[in-house]
Design a protein around this ligand. Structure first.
Ligand SMILES: Cc1cc2nc3c(=O)[nH]c(=O)nc-3n(C[C@H](O)[C@H](O)[C@H](O)COP(=O)(O)OP(=O)(O)OC[C@H]3O[C@@H](n4cnc5c(N)ncnc54)[C@H](O)[C@@H]3O)c2cc1C
Ligand code: SF4
Length: 343
């Protein structure tokens, strides 16, 4: 089915009104921002709800001030925000290669963080899914990717912004019926392809906050996708480091689109703090990131290939951070960096 199902559309003007509307819907609702993800799933008949609560008219979600980005800021607004890109230039290439200019005009930062997990069995029309046999995430008893799994969905997390915010140390602020709470974004993502994060259904993403000391990190986001025109990542690696000369003083790593959540690789990163960022230590980090990444057959490309490419993307990210001129390699897989960052 490629037409929208019927639903009641509510348009609250404040966060409190939106939460009240959510409570009134008794759990049978979805929040709507740009709709570039949610409404695609609705057109496919995936997990639709009778009530949709639009957050587009809530001014409090729209602002950007320093490292604070409102959940309702569009990706297009952010990519045209010269001050923001000056402070965090890694987002320039991240945004440039995220979906398409048209989608970025509408798609929001919060919607991107909460983008639904993807799977070759799931992202199909209702007709195709029924023909293939429904699955655990929508209308079926069992996972099709990992046969026999009746309580764990392996669908792929594919948002491009979360890993970059994570390596910069960002926090996320949620508003819900019990008030506001803030947590490191790296603690926000948990669970399988259905659960995905700690957010309760009624909670609204108010803002993302990047700490000011992130301006002095060197950062890179390396994304690998099938189509260069626009596409979700088949895999990606985000890295940020604070360098002390050629020595790694701090290191933050996320392997993206190889699991149900962006993988925060703290053990790998901590192991290499203090090392000199030479070719030998880059290869050690590459091997560790590959070992920690265990993609399954939920996307187009085979898991073994994606694991290999995680290594390639990690190597490119670290070389970019080191300042190698040729680190970006192929067209379309150029990294975003913070070349001006202080050592
Ligand atoms: C052709 C195509 C290509 C794409 N390519 C990419 C890509 O390369 N990389 C990528 O990352 N994404 C991609 N996307 C996905 C999507 O467009 C983006 O992730 C976009 O940022 C989603 O934002 P949105 O505002 O449209 O979200 P919506 O579709 O409105 O919402 C997405 C989810 O977030 C929830 N939500 C939204 N805002 C809030 C809030 N403030 N509080 C609580 N819940 C909220 C919704 O309830 C929903 O569950 C692509 C989409 C399409 C159609
Ligand atoms: S991973 Fe399994 S349960 Fe999840 S969407 Fe794919 S087939 Fe369905």
């Amino acid at each position: 089915m490629m037409i929208l199902p019927e639903f009641e559309l509510l348009r609250p003007r404040s966060v409190d009104e939106a939460i009240a509307a959510a409570r009134g819907a008794s759990g049978r609702f979805d929040y709507l921002a740009g709709g570039t993800d949610l409404l695609c799933n609705y057109k496919w008949g995936i997990n639709t709800e009778p009530t949709v609560i639009s957050l587009r008219h809530i001014a409090d979600l729209r602002g950007r001030d320093g490292g604070r980005v409102g959940g309702g800021v569009t990706l297009g607004e952010l990519e045209r925000d010269a001050d923001f890109l000056h402070d965090y230039p890694v987002f320039e290439r991240t945004l440039d290669r995220l979906a398409s200019p048209l989608i970025r005009q509408t798609g929001t930062v919060a919607g991107n963080l909460l983008v639904d997990t993807r799977c070759i069995w799931l992202n199909q029309s209702e007709f195709a899914r029924q023909a293939l046999g429904n699955c655990l995430k929508a209308d079926g008893p069992e996972c099709r990717v990992v046969k026999g799994s009746t309580d764990y969905c392996y669908a792929n997390y594919s948002g491009d912004m979360a890993p970059v915010f994570m390596v910069l140390g960002a926090t996320i602020t949620l508003a819900g019926p019990d008030g506001q709470r803030t947590m490191p974004l790296r603690e926000f993502f948990v669970g399988d392809g259905i659960e995905r994060f700690v957010k309760k259904k009624e909670e609204i993403v108010v803002s993302i906050d990047i700490p000011s000391d992130a301006k002095t990190l060197r950062a890179s986001y390396q994304k690998f996708r099938v189509r260069e025109a626009w596409d979700f990542p088949e895999l990606a690696v985000a890295a940020a480091a604070r360098m002390d000369g050629d020595r790694i003083a701090e290191l933050f790593l996320v392997a993206n689109a190889v699991s149900t959540i962006p993988l925060w690789l703290d053990d790998v990163a901590q192991k290499h703090v203090g090392a000199t960022l030479d070719d030998a230590s880059i290869e050690e980090i590459v091997a560790d990131v590959m070992k920690a990444s265990k993609p399954v057959r939920a996307t187009l490309l085979p898991p073994t290939y994606r694991k290999q490419m995680v290594g390639v993307m990690t190597r490119r990210a670290l070389r970019e951070i080191r300042g190698d001129a040729d680190a970006g390699a192929q067209p379309g897989t150029q990294p975003g960096t913070q070349p001006g960052a202080a050592a």
